[in-house]
Design a protein around this ligand. Structure first.
Ligand SMILES: [Zn+2]
Length: 267
């Protein structure tokens, strides 16, 4: 109801702005939010997400997920590799991970428990991180909400809209659904970042295979991931081909004891 009342004005504004800017980038790169604003928005959104999920508080699990995340972040382009990121472990048996604007990455205990090795966890985390560095969510918010609402969001003047966005992201709603192109881009950027971070790039496709297997044996447990990240056999093969072309350097991490320790702790 609330959304409907704001959306027509927002669409009009976005249209005007898009016409008046009229340069640079495709429609897909339309973004009204600066990176600085995105990090402010993320602070507020993460507080709303915190009200809607239950966190896992095991220090060893959290430290491990953070360590994997930071290794990958170090391999992302500036300014992202210099910004503060937050990694959260969510106590939830579903196999899911998601990221919200401003560098907040969430990994479910169910994903850690069902990953076979460190490179699989790193693959999904690198994918989520890349949705942020490619700015997919803020592009979507820009298209969906428009300038008038965004100004209020960034200034914290519109807590209702913030909560709505946070709720949609957590529930895997329309806002968080990525296009196939966005998925391809996140896979491509992610696999490069995870490989530079020292992880076996084959882990990304391997984790998608685990997710796909669950979609047959236990569909409810992967519903959110598939709703937000369209995952097809084609996409998995692309990730496998990419990894094959890149090759796996000697010493690349496929597994590490800290991963298996974290996995035991959440199982
Ligand atoms: Zn995705």
């Amino acid at each position: 109801m609330y959304k409907r009342s704001i959306s027509s004005a927002a669409v009009a504004l976005v249209t005007i702005l898009a016409i008046s800017c009229g340069s640079g980038g495709g429609v897909g790169d339309f973004n009204l939010i600066s990176i600085e604003e995105e990090w402010q928005l993320g602070q507020q959104l993460s507080q709303d997400v915190a009200k809607q999920v239950r966190f896992n508080n095991d220090p060893a699990v959290n430290a491990y997920v953070k360590q994997v995340g930071q290794r990958i972040i170090a391999q992302t382009p500036a300014p992202f590799n210099q910004l503060p990121w937050d990694f959260h472990v969510v106590e939830d048996p579903s196999l899911n991970a998601f990221a919200i604007p401003g560098g907040h990455v969430y990994v479910n205990t169910g994903l850690i428990a069902n990953a076979e090795n460190a490179s699989e966890l790193a693959g999904v985390m690198a994918h989520e991180i890349s949705h942020v560095t490619a700015r997919h969510t803020t592009e979507q918010i820009s298209r969906q909400y428009g300038l008038s609402v965004l100004a209020g969001l960034v200034l914290g003047q519109d807590p209702g809209a913030l909560q709505q966005i946070a709720a949609q992201i957590v529930a895997g709603g329309a806002l968080a659904r990525f296009s196939r192109d966005a998925e391809r881009e996140a896979d491509d950027l992610g696999i490069q970042a995870m490989a530079r971070a020292g992880y076996d790039p084959r882990g990304m496709a391997a984790m998608f295979r685990v997710l796909l297997a669950h979609s047959q044996s236990n569909p409810g447990r992967v519903e959110q991931f598939f709703a937000t990240h369209p995952t097809t056999e084609d996409r998995i093969r692309d990730a496998e081909n990419r990894a094959a072309q890149m090759g796996t350097p000697a010493g690349a991490i496929t597994d590490e004891p800290a991963f298996q320790d974290a996995r035991r702790r959440v199982t």
